[in-house]
Design a protein around this ligand. Sequence first.
Ligand code: ZN
Length: 93
Amino acid sequence: MRLIIYAILGFIIYYLIRGFSKSEPKRPPNSSVPPTGNGKELKKDPVCGTYIPEDTPYRLKHKGVPWYFCSEACMKTFQKQIAEEKGKSKAES
Ligand SMILES: [Zn+2]
């Protein structure tokens, strides 16, 4: 009876090891870091919440703080929000 349990355990362990070696094809040890774009820091798009690499072309500075966006649409939405915050209803077109 015990032999069967050991056999099953061994099988599970064997499968785990095989699974691990398959899912990690020789990557540097720090590959457990979340999906950063080639080691670049990811910034959160304040509009839609997407994470984008900080070298995105869609970025702007507001009150000395850099903001990063996934797309021009999000950047414009943010600019609009800033304009509304300032009390200016005049948004960029
Ligand atoms: Zn976005």
